[in-house]
Design a protein around this ligand. Sequence first.
Ligand SMILES: Nc1ncnc2c1ncn2[C@@H]1O[C@H](COP(=O)(O)OP(=O)(O)OP(=O)(O)O)[C@@H](O)[C@H]1O
Length: 295
Amino acid sequence: MKLVISNLTKTYKNGVKAIDDLNLEIGTGMFGLLGPNGAGKSSLMRTIATLQSPDSGSITFGDINVLEDKMALRKVLGYLPQSFGVYPKLSAEDLLDYFASLKGIGKKSDRQALVKEVLDITNLYEVRKKHVAGYSGGMKQRFGIAQLLLNSPKLIIVDEPTAGLDPAERHRFLNVLREVGTNCTVIFSTHIVEDVKELCNDMAILNGGRILKQATPSHARKELIGRIWTKLIDRDDLEANEAKYNLLSSNYNEDNTLNIRVFEDEMPGADFKAVEPQLDDVYFIALKQDEPVLS
Ligand SMILES: Nc1ncnc2c1ncn2[C@@H]1O[C@H](COP(=O)(O)OP(=O)(O)OP(=O)(O)O)[C@@H](O)[C@H]1O
């Protein structure tokens, strides 16, 4: 099912316009919403999840008019917020069983089968007897996914789930999400470009409440072939190079040199060589082109 967002605007009481006339279409699969802190990712996700109302605009998911029929959306939604609050001292298995009974699954054997299924998908079956309160950050995030899967959602929204996870936990979490995302729409926000690269078949870059770019990660990189250049410079020459070229990023080396990456349609100079475009380049270019021009 397709999620279609049209001309969406959200202004908070303090006057901050967190979503600014935003348009976006999201199909089945893993969708990455990439943007720096304060870009408006959480605001957009909370609005899609019907937890707050926009000033104007429309959102539809399949034939559901999200803003007019919030309950219909909530029935097919699984939402994992950025922070999840405090868990009671119950095992994952008991807590999921409790949530399943709240969902109205009266028969114990049905609940057990469902709980086992979501524990398996999220790789928590081995630790099902442990208290969720004592889980690591990554396990808690996977438990959050297990919990929302109880509803067999068609639309899953996860807000910055990898923030604060160590690399191993992050990988485990992304693998779970990859599995979950094969037959529904998953919107996943992050400020880590690598997350999107590893996981998403479509993505958008958001800043200032607006979509700066929407593309598949591979197409976005292909567009830049022959336009990303690198050169080795001395640290002291960084400022001069910044002034001269459209500099995207620089990586320090141990020997007081650095590799700069620049974005230019033509080879900027004989000492540059063309390199394979990365998703980071796509991200930095989108943000850079959005910067106000200072006179
Ligand atoms: N409840 C609120 N009241 C007032 N302003 C808010 C509120 N929530 C968010 N904002 C502001 O709206 C803008 C967008 O914030 P939002 O949290 O949506 O961004 P984000 O991309 O999710 O950032 P982060 O990664 O830091 O969570 C920011 O300027 C933020 O300060």
